[in-house]
Design a protein around this ligand. Structure first.
Ligand SMILES: *Cc1c(COP(=O)(O)O)cnc(C)c1O
Length: 373
């Protein structure tokens, strides 16, 4: 069986966990958390980074920091994971869904301005498959209308827009280290704060609404309850695992990019024959090899391909069920044609660090056979 995803150990994960335990401090903000924060700030130039227990938690922190109130409107794509919008729904926001583009599952920036009202407070941009949204256009919209911009960069580690790292454009950005992402810690995430006016409040919200971070730095002599908040920080055991992966980020990324390129090269014949579409990487964006997907001609064909691969013990899978069609939200009148096409026609191929060339060849041959039948 070739799985769709497989979590992996790259090197020192277990050693560092042992070190964390031996250090006598395994709650949050220990030695390994600090190493991870420094890595992100030094490598990508993010202004302030805070590890969280998940990307979902980082998005919830962002929603609190934007001061979202009941009735506020937040614009987000429908073709995304629930956490992108749930974080804002928890604060009472009304979600206004924007369609994706016709040639890429990212949100269609040209459709956004028509959705802005005087209640609009924020736009959440998801970099699908780690490929950048049109950040210049998004930034000019948020500046013109005085909105917050949040990047759901869950899939976007080590990816760029015009050479600038994703995660450095929004007021806030949220990353994920869930075992399905490029760099993993089991569960895990990070909030990036690019507007430093929010840095102090972010620390407080992450520490149960207390100014404990300041206390630990010796800036105040006792700490107390100063704001709303929750427990958003991960144990240093998680950070130890993550640090081992970050140390090897370039090795991991190199391998993933070679897997991605092989899919692209070996399947391009099907696109030339007009049998399906391969992923598009816009000129200003970059490919961080998070995912490889195909766009089939119809729902029936996509499902038949999934079934065909399954019969050969290959686990490929569809992706998001459009959120505007979900049981929780369902709005019968809302029609987002591009989003619905991706929900129906997109298929993701097995993609993980330890995928062998032999297994990848098997997957590719199986797909080519499906289209020759
Ligand atoms: C994975 C993912 C999330 C959630 O990440 P967690 O770390 O599991 O909370 C949110 N948004 C997108 C786009 C994702 O791919």
């Amino acid at each position: 069986m070739i799985p769709f995803n497989k979590p992996f150990i790259i090197g020192n994960e277990i050693n560092y966990i042992t070190q964390a335990v031996a250090s006598g401090k395994i709650s949050g903000d220990g030695m390994f958390t600090k190493k991870c924060h420094d890595f992100f700030e030094d490598t990508f130039g993010f202004k302030k980074c805070l590890l969280t227990t998940s990307c979902t938690d980082a998005l919830e922190m962002a929603a609190i920091l934007c001061n979202i109130q009941p009735g506020d409107e937040v614009i987000a794509p429908s073709y995304t994971f629930v956490s992108t919008v749930n974080a804002f729904v928890l604060r009472g926001a009304k979600i206004v869904f924007v369609d994706t583009g016709s040639n890429h599952p990212n949100l269609d920036v040209a459709s956004i301005e028509a959705l802005i009202t005087d209640k609009t407070k924020a736009i959440v941009a998801v970099h699908y498959a780690g490929v950048a949204c049109d950040m210049e256009a998004l930034q000019s919209i948020v500046e013109k209308h005085h909105l917050f911009l949040i990047e759901d960069a869950a899939q976007a580690i080590d990816s760029y827009y015009k050479s600038k790292p994703l995660g450095s454009f929004g007021h806030f950005a949220a990353f994920s280290f869930h075992e399905t992402k490029n760099i993993i810690s089991g569960e895990g995430g990070m909030l990036v704060i690019n507007d430093l006016r929010f840095a102090e409040r972010a620390e407080i919200i992450r520490e149960k609404g207390t100014d404990r971070s300041k206390f630990f730095r010796g800036e105040i002599d006792k700490y107390g309850w100063v704001d709303i908040g929750s427990s958003f920080l991960p144990s240093d055991i998680i950070a130890a695992f993550l640090w081992a992966q970050l140390e090897k980020m370039d090795t991991i990324q190199q391998k993933r990019k070679s897997i991605w390129s092989k899919y692209q090269n070996d399947l391009s014949i099907l696109e030339k024959e007009n049998k399906l579409e391969l992923p598009v990487i816009p000129a200003d964006a970059y490919n961080n090899a998070h995912m490889f997907y195909l766009i089939c001609k119809s729902l029936g064909e996509r499902n038949a391909l999934i079934q065909h691969l399954k019969e050969e013990n290959i686990m490929a899978t569809f992706h998001y069920v459009s959120l505007h069609k979900s049981k929780f939200y369902i709005n019968e009148k809302l029609h987002l044609p591009n989003t619905e096409r991706y929900s129906d026609c997109l298929i993701r191929l097995p993609f993980y660090y330890e995928l062998t060339e032999a297994d990848q060849n098997k997957i590719i041959t199986s797909i080519l056979n499906f289209y020759q039948e």
